[in-house]
Design a binder for this molecule. Structure first.
Ligand code: SAH
Length: 373
């Protein structure tokens, strides 16, 4: 396929593209909706657009697509998708159905340059950035799969759906179809802030009312701590959620397990969190991978609290998921519980992530696509 992949374009960029071809700008909204809302695969389907324009578009542009090469479902309903890309590379995305609400974890790069010591993706180095189209196509492909194969909804989940909502998201309680994707988290393969040129347009397409129509409060970008890029994200797409993989409470340890810390030490990282524009009552999520015997003591919990206490925060504890060739160990249940309790007792909002998808290697830090050592 040749020409411009229209899935790389935000609505304003599509307007410009059409204008550059001497076409009417207002066509852009129609075409954008065909692509992102009606999932059109070609211009022939766009029946409210003149035949001439459709023919001209097909000569200068195309609409890319991806289909999963493999879908694995774990015992807890988690689904892992393996996507082949046009150049033979592959990435993974993970769907996590919780109480009938779907969270999709998507990738932003093939491999990763950040080299965090505990992360499997990080051991493969960076192969390349994903394009905007490849990022949004993961979402579109999973949506199609959900329509074909809705996730099984347990009775207790159905009940939960009809009553409560997330306590802190402060908006509508409308139950939704099990085939909808509610939350997008950029926590798959790659460092999204290392690919902002493609990630920002992808987010703009996600939250565009004419595009994928996700609420910006339901899109979360997770970073290992690239400080200047955090500032840029806050400037260019205010109102998305920020998650920061903190993982250590001293520069000494963080330098060792996350090389990025040597460039942007804790003090600068936390300052960038303080300055990140967050609307209303929203909080920065601090992810904390618990490595057995390394960062899982009550001393660590205490330091963690001190570091984040002047930032609106919530904490995600992620017990280390073991993978081959990595020397770290999972924390004990007792260490997890004590750490969790220490924070809860001091009124921190804490979630300890169960290792969903562990049985299909879809848990945090276990994604590798088809990368080989
Ligand atoms: N690069 C971004 C996005 C990846 S998010 C970031 O670092 O935030 C993936 C999350 O899983 C990160 O919080 C990371 O610290 C965590 N993680 C990586 N390897 C892990 C492992 N083996 N077990 C548990 N969590 C892990």
């Amino acid at each position: 396929m040749t020409g411009t992949d229209l899935k790389n374009l935000t609505l304003p960029a599509l307007e410009q593209f059409l204008q550059g071809q001497g076409k009417e700008r207002f066509r852009a909204t129609q075409i954008f909706k065909w692509i992102f809302q009606k999932d059109a695969g070609n211009f022939e389907e766009m029946t409210n657009i003149s035949k001439d324009l459709r023919r001209e578009l097909s000569e200068t542009a195309f609409i890319s697509n991806i289909e999963p090469e493999a879908v694995e479902q774990g015992g807890d309903g988690t689904r892992k998708y393996l996507f082949n890309l046009a150049d033979g590379q592959a990435v993974e995305a993970v769907l996590i159905p919780i109480e009938g609400r779907n969270t999709l974890c998507i990738s932003s790069q093939v491999g990763c340059a950040m080299a965090c010591e505990f992360c499997l993706t990080g051991t493969f180095k960076l192969t390349r950035n994903l394009t905007t189209a490849e990022i949004v196509n993961q979402i579109m492909a999973v949506k199609r799969d959900l329509i074909r194969n809705p996730p099984f909804l347990a009775a207790d989940a159905r009940e939960a759906l009809s009553s409560a909502d997330d306590p802190d998201d402060g908006d509508d309680d409308t139950p939704e179809s099990p085939a909808d994707i509610r939350n997008i988290v950029m926590m798959g393969m790659g460092e999204p802030l290392h690919n902002l040129d493609n990630v920002i347009p992808a987010i703009q397409i996600m939250i565009d009312g004419n595009g994928l129509q996700l609420s910006n409060r339901r899109v979360t970008v997770s970073t290992c701590g690239l400080v200047p890029e955090m500032e840029r994200l806050g400037r260019e797409v205010p109102n998305v959620n920020l998650a920061v993989s903190l993982n250590a409470t001293t520069d000494e340890l963080r330098n060792r397990i996350m090389p990025v810390n040597r460039r942007y030490p804790l003090k600068e990282l936390l300052q960038a969190c303080r300055e990140f524009p967050l609307p209303g009552r929203r909080k920065v999520t601090f992810e904390y991978v618990m490595l057995g015997g390394i960062n899982d003591s009550l001393e660590d919990a205490k330091r963690l609290l001190r570091l984040i206490s002047d930032i609106p925060n919530k904490v995600n504890l992620i017990p280390f998921n073991e993978h081959e060739g990595c020397g770290f160990k999972a924390p004990t249940r007792a260490a997890i519980d004590a750490f969790h309790k220490y924070l809860i007792d001091r009124h921190v909002t804490v979630i300890t992530r169960d290792s969903r998808g562990g049985d299909i290697s879809a848990a945090c830090g276990q994604l590798k696509g088809r990368l080989q050592k």
